[in-house]
Design a protein around this ligand. Structure first.
Ligand code: ZN
Length: 409
């Protein structure tokens, strides 16, 4: 059945002011037109009217780990849980992600024999889930960050082979660990895992096969290697100094290159924040050292924004206390930490994230001929970004999967 969806306001994701009383006309799951809500076709459409709400594009979450539990003990669970448990957990994770208003998600690090079958099950209509782009298993060094659910590859040739193996399985993205990370106790967040030549070889080979590459980088040396390598998307971009006695080593000229090259940055601005109010053992001094919530981190991110760096969403769901229905914290923190305006944060988590993922012709804005991926928000997020926590209705490809908070699938 063709549909019309209307609300008090419409945000199309292109950055303009919300339109009042506009309606979206949907045929065969595609946006046919955006029109005046007072002048609607009379017959042949089912009308969904949300007179107190805002309709806008579905959110795009560029950073999930579907098989990882966000609850305490998650490192041990990732190491020890059976594949059956991991697959069931991933099933629950992709459902929660969709119901929270995410209509497109990218998973950048789950075991291949979990992520690809879960996507197949979503595509077959067996379980609900968003549109999904996958990186499969991360590429890391022996004993490197996330080695326990990645592919260990030390040399340039091994890294390229690991990337090809993921693309063979259907990955659109490759994820390579440029530095160590907090989720792998023996890895070093501040030091490079790969030289830039290895990263560059993975980027060029992925491009040859129609893929794109993102890279986890906490240490400044890892960020610089990514920039030299022409990485498509840098994750975290924490600018940690190699010397652990110095927290940060921010390089303005490298930030300028990130902006000039159009490298998208998922600064995971909400990830550490979740611990500040959910973790009973939260230790602010430890968090400061890791770069979370530190004043200097805020100054760096605001400077990156002024230099024209393109920020995208990405909350790192599956990390400790970062749940799969938490995406609304990302635009909230983009406003509070990076200094974005409300509409700017909305665009970052819709249109810009779609461009980063390469799906902008299909989704990310409410424009003619795009997929009807639409959410309904109680209130107006252009006035209060926190209203994105109140997403009551979700439509994916023209099908309503949640209506007025009731899950329909
Ligand atoms: Zn991650």
């Amino acid at each position: 059945m063709n549909k019309i969806i209307k609300g008090k306001y419409l945000i199309d994701g292109n950055g303009g002011k919300p339109k009042e009383n506009a309606a979206v006309i949907i045929e065969d799951g595609i946006i046919k037109d955006i029109t005046d809500g007072n002048n609607l076709p009379k017959d042949g459409y089912q009308v969904y009217d949300y007179p107190e709400s805002t309709i806008m594009p579905g959110l795009i979450e560029v950073h999930t780990h579907m098989h990882v539990s966000p609850e305490p003990g998650n490192y041990e669970a990732a190491l020890n849980d059976s594949d059956t448990v991991l697959a069931i957990r991933a099933t629950d994770a992709v459902r929660k992600t969709l119901m929270s208003g995410v209509t497109t998600m990218r998973d950048i690090g789950s075991k291949n024999h979990i992520a690809f079958p879960v996507r197949d099950a979503v595509s077959a209509g067996i379980i609900p889930g968003p549109r999904m782009l996958l990186a499969g298993q991360v590429i890391t060094t022996t004993a490197g960050h996330c080695n326990y659910f990645g592919t260990e590859a030390d040399t340039l040739d091994e890294a390229v082979t690991a990337a090809r193996a993921n693309i063979k399985l259907g990955a659109e993205w490759i994820k390579i660990m440029s530095t160590g990370g907090g989720f792998t106790p023996r890895s070093n967040m501040r030091a490079a895992q790969y030289p830039s030549e290895t990263l560059a070889a993975v980027v060029s080979d992925a491009e040859r096969l129609g893929g794109r590459v993102c890279s986890h980088a906490h240490g400044t040396v890892g960020v610089e290697n990514c920039v030299k390598a022409g990485m498509h998307n840098i994750i975290h971009c924490s600018w940690l100094a190699e010397d652990p006695d110095k927290a940060f080593d921010y390089k303005e000229d490298v930030a300028d290159q990130i902006a000039e090259k159009g490298i998208y940055v998922d600064a995971t601005v909400a990830t550490g924040y979740m611990r500040t109010f959910r973790d009973p053992e939260f230790n602010p001094s430890q968090a400061q050292r890791m770069g979370f919530n530190a004043e200097e981190r805020v100054t760096i991110l605001q400077d990156m924004r002024k230099r024209g760096v393109k920020f995208v969403s990405g909350i790192d769901s599956g990390m400790l206390y970062v749940r799969f229905d938490d995406i609304a914290y990302t635009p909230e923190r983009m406003v509070e930490v990076i200094g974005m305006g409300n509409m700017e944060a909305i665009v970052a988590c819709t249109k810009t994230s779609a461009e980063c993922l390469g799906v902008e012709s299909e989704t990310g804005t409410l424009d003619k001929n795009k997929s009807a991926d639409i959410i309904v928000v109680n209130g107006n997020p252009d006035e209060d970004i926190k209203t994105l926590h109140n997403i009551n209705t979700v439509m994916l490809r023209g099908e309503i999967v949640k209506d007025n908070s009731i899950e329909l699938v």
